[in-house]
Structure formats: structure tokens, C-alpha cells
Design a protein around this ligand. Structure first.
Ligand code: ZN
Ligand code: ZN
Ligand code: ZN
Length: 327
């Protein structure tokens, strides 16, 4: 596998002809039982006498290899590099049916703590520019495992969407000396049109320009660029975040089973990059958040264009319906 950069959009893609075939399902869950073949990276202690609560393992078919240098090189006008990075599966719960929306708040909190810990750990590796955490749930979302899991990748580049956000955050800050995300939250809380729920320091709301129906973001109300700092220093707050995440997913599941979830946190500032100019004001101009993109199959199939997002439902209406959901 290798990484290639599109010279026009400047986004990296991972490509190769040596993709390993996924192992056919044998019926046995590899995360419940056959732990012998798993490479455990980190384990959080169990709650109420259980052996463990949340655990990170190396992805059985990892897209990125942890060893070596990225060896970035030119190929004429093109750029390429080796697929150096980390690819882990985060087990959210030891129970096979312990999903984020039906687990206890304490269990969800443990998962969030593990996520913060893994990001912090991988950011110590100066080869990595970014650590992503995401979850694909439901067959139409590309779910890989039956067991409740999220995935983590540490990459030698910043994913395109995050790069857009970082640049936009920096530009806004240059003009106004304020964080665009803080300003969005202030307006949302004032208008109360798209706020789904507020819990302690966290707000769940529908973005003004949704990419898909029922898109939801969760954000801290106090400015903070890095999720992992929240996860390690404001530990008491994590309980509120866990409850809000659980309740928001439960609401979304009242309209659809499948969704993508992604955590957007600051890039690795240990990585000294001369070409990316966002480091100096990064702590002031970026603001971590979780994005949840539900998949409403019938609608997205017929209406979605690849280049322009079209959501046949405004966030105001979506939030109204989600607020009324029985959870
Ligand atoms: Zn399982
Ligand atoms: Zn902010
Ligand atoms: Zn984002």
C-alpha cells in the first residue's frame, strides 16, 4: 500500500494492489472469544468486576504499518509516500451487544477515556501529523465488525476535511480574533433553532448547512482545541459528554440504524511542519468536535450528488423531530 497525493485537490489517497482479503465470517466474534490472535495495545480496567472496559487492538487488516519512515518522494509532478501509520480497533465495550447507545454512561465514559489516551500516546510520535477516530455503523456505512467498535488511524498527513476546517478556523481568527466554532455555538445557543440538547459543558446541535438529513455535531462550550486534553484534564466533564453522546445516538437511531461518526481534534503539533502555517494560533482557532452523519438510504441514494451536498431536510426540522424522539 502507498499514499498518493492528488496534485489538484491536494488530498492524499491510499492505494495498492496488495489488499488482503477480509477473512470470511466464521460466526465467532474475534473480540469476544479468540483473543489469542489479537495484538492488544491498551486496556482500561473493568467496571464492577469485569476484566476490562475498553480496549485498543491492532486492526487485523491494518491499512497502515507502524514501522519505518514515510519516505516522501516526488514522482515527476506527483507526490507519494509509504503507508506508515497506525490502524487500531477500539473495542467500546466487552459485551457483544454493549453499543454506545445502550451501554451505561460509565461504560461510554471509559471508551472516551481510551480514545483520549490513544490520541495522546500516538501524538508523541512525531512522524504522525494526525490521529483520527471514527465509527461506521450499519451495513450501508461499511461496518466491519459485529462487536461494538470504533477505529483509529494515525497518519503522516492531515485528512482533507480537517485541513479545510483548520484553514477556515485560522482565516476566521485572523480577521476577527475569535474562534469560529465558539461563535457558531454562541449563535446556536442564542437562536435555539438547531440545538438538540445541552448537557453540562457540551452541546448537541444540527449544523446550519447539513450534508445529510439529521447530521449532528457535539461540541464543548468551553473553548478547547484538543479532545484528548479534555479527556485527560477535565475528567469530571467526560460523564456529561458520555451521556450526551449516548442520548444523541439513541435519538438518531429513532430515524435510522446506520451512521458515520468522526472525532475532529487538533493535529499533532509535535510534528514541525514548515509548509502548514496553522501552528501558532492553533490552540485559539481550532475547537474539537464530534460529527455524526446518519445514512438515510432511500433519500440519500436518489438525491445526493457527489460534488454538492443536498439534504432534503433542514436542521431545524431534523432537530425538532430528534428532540421528540422517545429515548
Ligand atoms: Zn463480540
Ligand atoms: Zn472555540
Ligand atoms: Zn469537523
Amino acid at each position: 500500500m502507498e499514499l498518493r497525493k492528488d496534485p489538484i485537490t491536494r488530498s492524499w489517497v491510499i492505494t495498492g494492489d496488495d489488499v488482503s482479503e477480509p477473512v470470511p465470517h466464521t460466526g465467532e466474534c474475534p473480540f469476544c472469544n479468540g483473543a489469542q490472535s489479537l495484538q492488544v495495545v491498551s486496556t482500561l480496567p473493568g467496571l464492577d468486576g469485569a476484566a476490562w472496559s475498553a480496549r485498543a487492538v491492532v486492526h487485523p487488516h491494518a491499512l497502515y504499518r507502524i514501522e519505518g519512515e514515510p519516505a516522501r518522494r516526488a514522482d515527476g509532478l506527483y507526490d507519494r509516500m509509504g503507508s506508515v501509520g497506525a490502524h487500531e480497533v477500539l473495542l467500546e465495550n466487552p459485551r457483544h451487544d454493549g453499543h454506545l447507545w445502550n451501554a451505561s454512561d460509565a461504560e461510554v465514559e471509559q471508551f472516551l477515556r481510551l480514545a483520549a489516551q490513544r490520541i495522546q500516546d500516538l501524538k508523541r510520535d512525531s512522524r504522525f501529523k494526525y490521529v483520527s477516530i471514527f465509527k461506521n455503523h450499519g451495513p450501508s456505512a461499511g461496518q466491519e465488525f459485529e462487536h461494538p467498535t470504533s477505529q483509529l488511524t494515525a497518519t503522516t498527513f492531515v485528512p482533507r476535511r480537517v485541513l479545510y476546517e483548520l484553514r477556515a478556523g485560522r482565516d476566521y481568527f485572523e480577521n476577527k480574533e475569535r474562534c469560529v466554532f465558539c461563535d457558531i455555538l454562541a449563535q446556536e445557543e442564542r437562536q435555539q433553532l438547531r440545538v438538540l440538547e445541552i448537557r453540562g459543558d457540551y452541546v448537541a446541535f444540527g449544523p446550519y448547512a447539513p450534508r445529510v438529513p439529521y447530521e449532528c455535531w457535539i461540541m464543548p462550550r468551553s473553548h478547547e482545541a484538543s479532545f484528548e486534553r479534555t479527556g485527560s484534564s477535565r475528567v469530571a466533564n467526560l460523564a456529561d459528554l458520555a451521556a450526551l453522546l449516548r442520548r444523541t445516538l439513541k435519538r438518531i437511531r429513532s430515524v435510522t440504524e446506520a451512521f458515520h461518526l468522526v472525532l475532529h481534534t487538533s493535529p499533532n503539533s509535535q510534528h514541525q511542519s514548515g509548509t502548514l502555517g496553522y501552528w501558532k494560533t492553533l490552540d485559539d482557532d481550532y475547537h474539537w468536535h464530534i460529527e455524526i452523519l446518519p445514512i438515510i438510504e432511500a433519500k440519500s441514494k436518489s438525491y445526493t450528488f457527489k460534488e454538492v451536498y443536498y439534504s432534503p431536510l433542514t436542521s431545524e426540522t431534523a432537530v425538532q423531530r430528534l428532540r421528540e424522539a422517545k429515548i
